[in-house]
Design a protein around this ligand. Structure first.
Ligand code: C5P
Length: 222
């Protein structure tokens, strides 16, 4: 089988984005960062002054916005109504807001539909929280990435610091834990491992080691 659908799920800060990008590149597949979609809705809501629990307004908002992914100078960019929001969606404030707006079924329905559309022909790596359980339960390969909250907080902190943001390590770990709790405890499409997913604990592995393991699994399922 050639054009596979590969699902990568896991909690925040586990390295999903980096691994998904690297895996897609190796396989010459398209990488789809579904978290960026929820973040874009959160940013749009924030700018429009819509409260994260105002389901009706969020529903209307989803109909008005257009989210697209484009490649620019080897980089993947997220466009919200044509505007490059790749950086604006990564702030700690939008991270927390995205977790709140993503709990609404109306928001999830709209974005899942878009994700299925983008992935249906295969040749894609989709990363998120519910790819293997909800978006593509029939995905050819499913990964579930895990790591301790302390290690994930540390990774996120390094990432934000690299971008020049002045953030506190303890606070970053707390924010990771808060989002974990919200993402695993919500009623609709909570974060959980699909039964047939291959789980990789990345706490003590570097990116290259995890990527190697993933490539082995993909090779076996071809
Ligand atoms: O992966 P990322 O941290 O960018 O995702 C931001 C938020 O979007 C998550 O905390 C989660 O609440 C939500 N999300 C989701 N389902 C996905 C991807 C992300 O609910 N498939």
């Amino acid at each position: 089988k050639q054009a596979l659908i590969i699902a990568i799920d896991g909690p925040s800060g586990v390295g999903k984005s980096t691994l998904s990008r690297r895996l897609a590149k190796k396989l010459n597949y398209v990488n789809i960062d579904t978290g960026a979609m929820y973040r874009s809705v959160a940013l749009a809501a924030h700018r429009a002054g819509i409260a994260p629990d105002d389901e009706a307004s969020l529903s209307a908002l989803c109909l008005r916005i257009e989210i697209r992914f484009v490649r620019q100078d080897e980089m993947e960019r997220v466009l919200l109504n044509g505007e490059d929001v790749s950086e604006a969606i990564r702030t700690p404030e939008i991270s927390l807001l995205s977790s709140r707006v993503s709990a609404h079924p109306v928001v999830r329905r709209a974005l899942v539909e878009l994700q299925r559309e983008l992935g249906r022909n295969g040749g894609v790596v989709l990363e998120g929280r519910d790819i293997g359980t909800v978006v593509f339960p029939g995905a050819d390969v499913k990964f579930f990435l895990a790591a301790s909250a302390a290690e994930r907080g540390r990774r996120r902190w390094l990432e934000l610091r690299d971008k020049g943001l002045d953030v506190d390590l303890e606070r970053t770990i707390e924010e990771v834990e808060a989002r974990d709790a919200a993402d695993t405890q919500r009623t609709h499409a909570p974060l959980r491992q699909a039964q047939d997913a291959v789980c990789i604990d990345t706490t003590h592995l570097d990116i290259d080691q995890v990527l190697e393991r993933m490539l082995e699994v993909v090779a076996q399922s071809r």
